[in-house]
Ligand binder design. Structure first.
Ligand code: PRP
Length: 178
C-alpha cells in the first residue's frame, strides 16, 4: 500500500458511449476518402483502438512516439520524437489521436513536424482536454471530455507507467500526487 486512492471520473460505459459519438461525428465531417489516424504513443493507443472501430470510413492507422513527461507527473517541457510514422501523409487527411491535451506543448510540436510533410488537412482528436493548463493555443477538433486540473490515470493514462490498463478514467489522489 502506498496510500494512494483512485476515484472514478468517467466509467467504461461513459467512455465507450462518448467514443461512438465521436466516431459518428468524424464520419459526418469527412465527406470521403481515407482518414489517416496517427496515434501518439503510448497513452493514446487504447483510445485509438476504440475510436478507429467507431469510424466506418476507410482508415489508415499509424503511430508516433513522443516522450515529454519522463516518469513523473509534470512536464519537463522537453519533447522528444522516439518513433516516426511508417507511412507518408502528403495529401492525406490526418487525424492526430491523443489521450490528453494538457499544456499543449506535445501536440503543438507534432503538428509543426507533420505540417512540413504537406498533408491535405490535420485535425486533433483527444479523449481528454485540460484547457486550464494550456501553455500553447491549440485548436482541438474533437474532445471526448473536458476535465479540471486533476491528475487522471486509466484508459491509457499512467502515473510512472502504472494504471494504463484501468477501464475507467480515474483521479489519482495520494501523498505522491502534489
Ligand atoms: C502525455 C499525453 C500527451 C502529452 C500531453 O504523454 O499522452 O502526449 O502528455 O501533455 P502536454 O499537452 O502537456 O504536452 P506522455 O508524455 O505522458 O507519454 P505517454 O503517453 O507515453 O504516457
Amino acid at each position: 500500500m502506498d496510500g494512494s486512492s483512485l476515484r472514478t471520473l468517467f466509467s467504461e460505459e461513459k467512455i465507450q458511449k462518448r467514443i461512438r459519438e465521436m466516431g459518428t461525428q468524424i464520419d459526418a465531417d469527412y465527406p470521403g476518402g481515407t482518414l489517416h489516424l496517427v496515434c501518439i504513443l503510448k497513452g493514446a493507443c487504447f483510445f485509438m483502438a476504440d475510436l478507429a472501430r467507431s469510424i466506418e470510413r476507410d482508415v489508415v492507422v499509424d503511430f508516433m512516439g513522443i516522450s515529454s513527461y519522463g516518469r513523473g507527473k509534470t512536464t519537463s517541457g522537453a519533447v522528444k520524437l522516439t518513433k516516426d510514422l511508417d507511412t507518408a501523409i502528403e495529401g492525406a487527411d490526418v487525424l492526430l489521436v491523443e489521450d490528453i491535451v494538457d499544456t499543449g506543448v506535445t501536440i503543438t510540436y507534432l503538428v509543426n513536424v507533420l505540417e512540413q510533410r504537406k498533408p491535405k488537412s490535420i485535425r486533433i482528436a483527444t479523449l481528454l482536454d485540460k484547457p486550464s493548463r494550456r501553455l500553447r493555443p491549440v485548436k482541438v477538433a474533437y474532445v471526448g471530455f473536458e476535465i479540471p486540473d486533476e491528475f487522471v490515470v486509466g484508459y491509457g493514462l499512467d502515473y510512472a507507467e502504472r494504471y494504463r490498463n484501468l477501464r475507467d478514467v480515474c483521479v489519482l489522489q495520494g501523498p505522491q500526487v502534489a
